[in-house]
Ligand binder design. Sequence first.
Ligand code: MN
Length: 235
Amino acid sequence: MISRRDALKTASVATAALAAGAPQLLAADSPEPFKLPPLPYAFDALEPHFDARTMEIHHDRHHAAYVANLNKAVAGRPDLAKMSAEDLIQRLDQLPEAVRTAVRNNGGGHVNHTLFWFQLKKNEGGRPVGAVAGAVTKKFGGFDAFKEAFSKAAMGVFGSGWAWLSTDPQGELMIEALPNQDCPVMTGHRPLLGLDVWEHAYYLKHLNKRADFVAAFWNVIDWEAVDGRYKAARG
Ligand code: MN
């Protein structure tokens, strides 16, 4: 367990590192009280691929709960509350043990869902664009091979979790499957594209058929947003 003094030192080190380092991933990320960013489109904007009722419950209830519980976790801890959610989950091992799990789950939930909403747009089978398009082809041998590998990772998540297209610390593309609300930034990776495969993301429409939801996902990816994240991650 770290002392308050160490925690304050950590926070100021973190602030200095951020000032010099990569830009924040999330335009919507702000310190406590953390806020639920409004969905940047209507609930039914992704129909028929992602249904309006699931979008509404997923955003207004599930994501809202992560935000509320993150605020509870940092309440009364001004040294933590002044950090962004992204900063907090990148420094889990430096946080007081008493809040670490709550920040991991709810800070992760807040960051992951914010990344999720801001990478969705109806594309009707569109393909990657920009620099990330070439990188996907180079790394995976083509978009179809990437789709297959990413879908396999999403199907392979046991229980609740996410599949991610990320960059590793060298800036190379990678696919990773992470449990619960773990986020690629927790291990120094940069998330470009995430698929939430918790049952709450698909059960209303697809019941237990995760494969149908994974197939639908390819019709609602905002590849320009993914390319923007790729460029930011590569600095
Ligand atoms: Mn979710």
